[in-house]
Design a protein around this ligand. Sequence first.
Ligand code: SAH
Length: 408
Amino acid sequence: MPVEAEPGAHSRSGAGGDAASKTIPPGDERESLIGLTRAELAECLQAVGVPPDKVGMRSKQLWHWIYHRGAVEFDAMTTISGALRAALAERYTLARPETATEQRSTDGTRKWLLRFADGREVESVYIPEEDRGALCISSQVGCTLSCTFCHTGTQRMVRNLDAGEIVAQFLVARDSYGEWPSPRGQRMLSNIVMMGMGEPLYNYDNVAKALRIVMDPEGIALSRRRITLSTAGVVPMIERCGAELGVGLAISLHAVRDDLRDELVPINRKHPIAELLDACRRYPGASNARRITFEYVMLKGVNDSEADARALIRLIAGIPAKLNLIPFNPWPGAPYECSTPEAIERFAAIVNRAGYAAPVRAPRGRDILAACGQLKSASTPRPSRPRATSAGATAAAASAAAASATTA
Ligand code: SAH
């Protein structure tokens, strides 16, 4: 399928700033204001000499310009005096990370490869639907899990993203669609799924800080109901995530027996299925209106039998749940094949009959390797040791089928 790659593409910008001024130039040592809490923003204002009695008002204005208007440079901030704008610009920046590539799938899916100041890269994917769309955001460069079916899993874990780098993925997508100021009504970028590269619950503090910023009602103002966080099963963090953030939860289940899940999703050896499902039963805020999504990748001859489907229903009994059956997305060298359409249909029919929604979405963005489990920034080194012993590896991937089904 044709892929329209646009190296270095920067399309429309938010308030102020042309393409050239939008990304951080190499060697720029100014601190980014993106990803700071309101309190931290206030400190920055104090640092450039704003008197204490004005700091509250000024940080409100700054917040509005950054997260409601999408300003990429201080000069666009017409409610702030020229002198203060200049002082801010001297020390701070609102520039986005560099867009190394922006690719567009024939089905409308867009994928950005973003490069941060240290040269590290992550991908984010936007999956449009008729009247809305989900942005799939990464939380780490690489991943420490080693899920055997996931392309990100073949990548060494490099580092956590900081809150600014997580928020910036949203800002870049917004810039690309010119969706500024933050629309109060219908939006293209209406949902977020933390389903990109990395395990978000292994980088909880930064993820939480970033999500609080995008949920802030005076900025991007995305409702927690439109955010879903996916985890491979970091059990000790699940309850906290629900209590503190109240976002939707998705679980990468993928197997119904511990022996198989130990292999596919190795974190299972630490937190086996029963423990994981207990945490789901206790998840704050889960209800029939806010169901937990169980993601299940369909692997031919591995986890796709009718007996597996029946065991799955028994396992999740009592949990307000929906299922997301993800056809396995192949990647070069992957040791699995996707289940046949017939096997997927049989599997779905069994869970449907048990009363669970189990949409099987057509994979999106496969032509640009933007589907679940296909994300992998090429610049990140491959593990130098064999995978079994490598510290690095897996998990995530953005997606497509997963994302759209989860946010439906
Ligand atoms: N680490 C988190 C976030 C990643 S979410 C987690 O594991 O939940 C990405 C989703 O895509 C997960 O459900 C993951 O298991 C799934 N996935 C990974 N590789 C895939 C592939 N090749 N085909 C289909 N789904 C895949």
